[in-house]
Design a protein around this ligand. Sequence first.
Ligand code: PMP
Length: 883
Amino acid sequence: MSDLTTAARPDVTLDDAARIAAGHWGLSGEMRELGSHQDHNVRIDAPRGRFVLKIANAGWARSALDAQHAALPVIAAAGIPGPTPVGGIEQVTVAGQRVHAHVLTYVEGTPLLDRGIFGVDECRLLGNTAGRVVAALADFAHPGAERHSPWDLRNAAGVIDQLAPGLRAEVATHLDRIGELAARLPTQVIHGDLTDDNVVLADGAAGVIDFGDLCVSWRCAELAVTAASVIGKTGDDVGAVLAVVEAFTAHVPLTDIELTAVWPLVVLRGAVLVASYTEMEADGAENAYAQQRDDADRRAYQASAALDAEEMSWLIRGAGQPLPTLDLPRLLPGARPVALDVTSELWDDGAWLNSGVRPDATRYGEYRLDRARPLTAPGHHKVFTLGVWITLPEDAALPETPPGVIVDASGAPRIWVQACALPGTPPRTVTAHAEHLWRRICPDPSPLLGVDVAAPEPDPAGLLARRGAHFAAVQEHYYDAPPQIERGWREFLVDSRANVYLDLVNNVATTGHAHPHLSRAASRQWRLLNTNSRFHYEQVVTLCERLAGLAPDGLDQVFLVNSGSEAVDLAMRLALTATGRTRMLAAREAYHGNTIGSDAVTSSIGDNPHALETRPAWVELIDAPNRIRGTHRGPDAGRAYLADLDAQLGRIDTTEIAGVILEPLFGNGGGVLLPEGYLAGVFDRVRALGGVCISDEVQVGYGRLGHHFWGFEQQGAVPDIITIAKAMGNGQPLGAVITTRAIADAFAAEGSFFSSAGGSPVSAAVGNAVLDVMADERLQENARIVGTRLKDGLDALAVRHPAIGAVHGMGLYLGVELVTDRETFAPATELAHAVCEAMREEGCIVQPTGDLHNVLKIKPPMVISAESVDYALAALGRVLSRL
Ligand code: PMP
């Protein structure tokens, strides 16, 4: 075996280990195997303490072990807890092979890896420990450390070529870069493997174990190995790496050249790990320890290879050394910069997607929206601007540029101006990672122009604090640390850092966000007239005609209000007055609104944990007809729920029942379809009692189901009253009640009905514009076709991922129910939360719903494209595989 390969581990049983420990060190006790890539490590709990017997790989030279024994006291003298050698290094025979073995004291504590928490503090601790070890070993020398180790990154090219030549092309630029820098990288003895595996925490102090990779190498390689080990362990790889760099360089000041080498070495370290697994697989060697790490290390390597190498090198250089404060003189004429951020009017009506603008002057620190694209993960695009464009007056001469200032006049009179505290030519726009560090590397060039050209820094956390101060907190927000969403376009939402998210939750945005036809109709109507419906104007008449035309025959009287809650409230008043009765039937687990009346029939404990104990006496709750996880399941569930209802009606005074309010599909439960025949069965029974039937279509009606315009059509039932809102106004406060003339007339006996803004010219114009867009863009058909594609894709994911218990709904009203057990349907509430967080990192906004918060609600704007649906499915697949 060549000394460049990672040699196979010796074949040692616990019996062998016991024999060797007793024979050579007089040690006996409980033995247990510890993990190792290449050696055999056995912990011995002996009466006189804990020890580790290390039986070395046959490739080991005795001198390398001598070097370890010599280095350990040096580490200890620096105050870093670590193992102490017990006795000497012995030759032992295992499986007929002569190999070296030695014994060290066992370092008590928990490896960082096993603590289950890993954040930026752990990154700092690792960087700090690696820095202290390198500082301690700075003057240490031993001939045994001058060895040829495959883990020495100086040999990375050879290892990769030999073990995984397929990787060579992927890392070629990093190898070339290191080739250029190598001669200027100082060497010393390093530990070589300071990762969360080998740093143990006991009583708050970090100890170091496993000196098996000790050798002379580049001193910056120690930092690279540690930095590589934190990738994939926190939510922010860039921040994690920089935390390691900062902590390390606090103990070992590195040169600018060394810092430049760190990132290529991080990627190469990942590649060497992957290469070593490739070899182990080829050998068919069984090493459970290594296999367990394999996947995580491969993913980490891929994550590092996917980061922008130029940006990473700049950031590491910026984080790893003190940056000079630039003295920027006034050099250039002032400028009046144009905003290009998320709220810039230049980008209205989707213009950010096909930018050709070149303003005379731009801003520094701008998150340029025209550099962002949909269907990408946040932080993926180079949107953050580190300099400014300005246009010089015709007669202006170009100034001499002082150190730290870059002026590119190749496109004069438009010139690029950028300040930079480090030597070299920095990138002009970068991805939105570590922006505060970028602001130090490339500071605000305003002083050069004598005017403020800096864009305001986005501050979603500051805004959240302001929100918390006065916006009553019971009005919740999505996510613990929500992005600040300031623009929408079609099925996309954009935050203040120009991250574009696929919006999978906004069923209210029927026509998509910021539809030009809608915004034009609303602003035109505002310029014409906005008043109340006691005046006589066309928009309200047209809207009511269109709604009556959409409703079933006989339902041709329309009331216009401002919300779903108001519509539900009014619908129940209509039922009470039409029947002269006082009580309503409503299903458990439903949500109907926030007014006293609509809240009374809302019994979802997901929204109000006390809902079931606090419903007023006029509300008669009936069982939630959930055929997936309810009292009755399967094909006969409808009949069984109706039989229960009959029994319940037999127990109460039905002469007081004015009617029933039901959603035609469990909106709040995540789109669970009602059992077959259920809605028609309930309506028949209520009508037989002399009651009135309300279908609450606020959430699921209005074309979203694709196959049907109204939810009740899916159930083959016809209501007496329909409530709508949400979709009909695309977010404009607009709701409606549609009913029969008989019911509307009965209500007239109560006096007049008036809603100041319900059906106002502006609201009615928006309602009409929504219907225009739905017809012109065939949105119901889109809901059917794209919705079916989405549902089929989710069903396919359910085959591969047992966490998906069921996929509910139809069209673009879908729910993905996550369970811990497909038989019992036990809810996977925590998983649902984690999936939503991870989906956000993939650039998709999705939220949990249902009484148990375990159903992902998927109800995107009805304009969603097949491409977006495919992106969402791929993202969900990745997330479910990962979690
Ligand atoms: N009914 C149903 C079925 C709903 O889902 C909602 C809102 N989620 C409402 C009524 C109340 O609508 P709004 O929020 O517009 O008052």
